[in-house]
Design a protein around this ligand. Structure first.
Ligand code: AG3
Length: 284
């Protein structure tokens, strides 16, 4: 009998993906992890009942999380990734020729090892890049304690349940702020606002305690069920919000990026939020 993976992330609605072949299923030290194959999306990684990434649509989320802040900033040398065990985001950051180091702080070594084994296309060798540095540690603790500074911090977290919860607190955002260079940018995974409106409300408030400019930008990831996903954007530099596609196009071309979702025009448009999401930012 065919088995289906039914997501348990939302309490009243769920998407299901057919598990054509289960490659791995286990509780690692911290989380319940399953990797399976689905005819439409390819290999799928789920943690604690929530789809984290798939071979088929990972490009949307990872391109938008890496390229938007790195190209907006324009001179990024050091990137910090919190989470991101599958390596898809690490790989996108390393595509930028100006990036000198990408430090990835992942709490669960098991996730990295399993993704390298079963989803090798996501990292595609990124973990072997001399500019990549992997630290197995609690990301919240890392930003609270490190003396190092980064131009961009990317929080590639799970949803705010379980180990990912601390990555949505005001204290964590304040620590991220401390670890950013002047003009630095923090980008966070912020859920699907139609189904998770509190994530936008709370993040807007918590990020606002540390940063002068707080907004969200959009990506539509088919397996993040519920429509538009938001990524949180926090910085003290207002200039980035005034960038046009004409400003971004030469940077995009100079980086030599081959993309399937990101374009300079989409970069600008992704910040044009629907009214209901704007209202959530105001706490409505
Ligand atoms: N991190 C984001 C998972 C978010 C899923 N949330 C949701 N559907 N509301 C995934 C890790 C990818 N590198």
């Amino acid at each position: 009998m065919t088995e289906w993976f039914a997501e348990t992330l939302h309490k009243d609605v769920a998407q299901s993906l057919r598990m054509d072949r289960v490659l791995f299923r286990e509780r690692t030290g911290l989380q319940e992890l399953v990797i399976f194959e689905n005819a439409r999306f390819g290999r799928v990684l789920a943690l604690d009942g929530a789809v984290q990434t798939t071979e088929g649509d990972e490009f949307v989320y990872h391109e938008m999380m890496a390229h938007v802040p790195i190209l907006a900033h324009g001179a990024v040398k050091r990137v910090l990734i919190v989470g991101g065990g599958d390596g898809g985001l690490l790989r996108r950051c390393l595509l930028h020729p100006g990036v000198e180091t990408v430090t990835m702080v992942e709490i669960d070594r098991g996730v990295i090892d399993l993704c390298v084994k079963y989803l090798p296309g996501l990292s595609a060798g990124a973990f072997d890049d001399a500019r990549a540095e992997v630290v197995i540690a609690d990301g919240a603790r890392f930003v609270a304690e490190t003396d190092r500074r980064f131009d961009v911090i990317l929080v590639d977290s799970t949803d705010p349940q379980g180990p990912g919860e601390v990555l949505f607190t005001a204290a964590f955002y304040a620590d991220c702020k401390r670890c950013l260079t002047p003009g630095g940018i923090l980008v966070t995974q912020n859920g699907v606002p139609f189904l998770q409106p509190d994530e936008v409300r709370h993040s807007a408030e918590h990020l606002g305690q540390s940063f002068a400019v707080v907004t969200f930008y959009m990506a539509v990831v088919p397996t993040y069920f519920g429509g538009i996903m938001t990524l949180g954007w926090a910085t003290d530099e207002a200039q980035y919000s005034r960038l046009t596609a004409t400003d971004l196009s030469p940077r995009f071309a100079a980086a030599g990026l081959q993309t399937r979702y990101y374009t300079p025009e989409l970069h600008v448009g992704a910040f044009a939020l629907p009214a209901f999401i704007k209202a959530l930012c105001q706490g409505a």
